[in-house]
Design a protein around this ligand. Structure first.
Ligand SMILES: N[C@@H]1[C@@H](O)[C@H](O)[C@@H](COP(=O)(O)O)O[C@@H]1O
Length: 259
């Protein structure tokens, strides 16, 4: 696991956008695994800027998002479909037939989860997977105690996750109780994974993920078992790491100043 500690959220998000741009340059038809959440907004802003500078194109790529709330149709303003259109898809050159999320309003959510898993397998699995980190250690919506080899399925959201995401809804009771999420096994099949976490609120869980035991109690800790993971942090998110002297400190002056 490569751990990069940036002085600021800006340079951390730039770094992640740069990893995506590099991958798309090398392999324009990469299958991207995409994530939602507040942290990712900074990455998508920078990818849009790079696209506007003709520094990255998504025209040959395809994407699969990690998750979607059960019960929310793609046009619901709190759906992850809506988030992705607003934050990324409407602003770059993805082929709209090649950007996928689970359908939260499918009549049979279990069948939809199985269909989504099969679609990911059919695409040859994820080439580069972007991940955020839940304050309870979840990746996607794989809440603590999730099977570490799970496939795409329905998960019940914990109260703490629903509280954390309530800011996007009118009221806490509007936050769905269930989600369709790629499984941990699905995520672990990705060729390469980049996880981004910001802020002191994530410091404890970042330390558990990187330095704690591999355990379903902190689903993100399974990333210790993946052969190619880069964890990108700002100073605050890195502040709980006991071994932080061993991790790479990244200074803005070494970043590409061109973009
Ligand atoms: N399902 C998403 C996760 O994929 C994301 O990692 C998490 C963190 O969100 P934030 O970046 O807002 O802290 O939010 C949601 O729960």
């Amino acid at each position: 696991m490569k751990v990069l500690i940036h002085q600021t959220q800006t340079t951390a998000a730039d770094c992640v956008a740069g990893l995506f741009a590099d991958r798309l340059m090398q392999k324009p038809d990469t299958v991207l695994g995409l994530a939602t959440g507040g942290t990712m907004e900074a990455v998508y802003k920078r990818l849009i800027a790079r696209h506007q500078n003709a520094a990255v194109s998504f025209s040959k790529a395809q994407s699969f998002n990690l998750d979607e709330y059960v019960g929310l149709a793609p046009d619901h303003p709190c759906s992850y479909w809506h988030y992705m259109r607003e934050k990324l898809f409407n602003h770059v050159d993805f082929d709209s037939d090649r950007t996928f999320l689970p359908h939260g309003d499918a009549p049979d959510a279990e069948a939809e989860a199985a269909r989504y898993e099969a679609a990911i397998v059919g695409a040859g699995d994820i080439g580069l997977q972007l991940l955020g980190l839940g304050a309870n250690g979840h990746i996607g919506f794989n809440e603590p105690t999730s099977s570490l080899v799970s496939h795409t399925r329905i998960k019940t959201l914990t109260r703490s996750t629903r509280e954390a995401n309530a800011r996007y809804f009118d009221a806490f009771d509007d936050v769905p109780r269930l989600a369709i999420t790629m499984g941990i096994g699905t995520i672990m099949r990705a060729d390469e994974i980049v996880l981004l976490a910001f802020g002191a609120g994530k410091a404890d869980v970042v330390a558990k993920m990187i330095e704690g035991p591999v355990s379903a109690a902190c689903p993100a800790s399974i990333l210790q078992m993946h052969r190619k993971v880069t964890v990108v942090l700002d100073e605050a998110a890195a502040s709980g790491l006991a071994l932080r002297a061993y991790y790479e400190e990244v200074h803005p002056e070494v970043l590409d100043p061109a973009i």
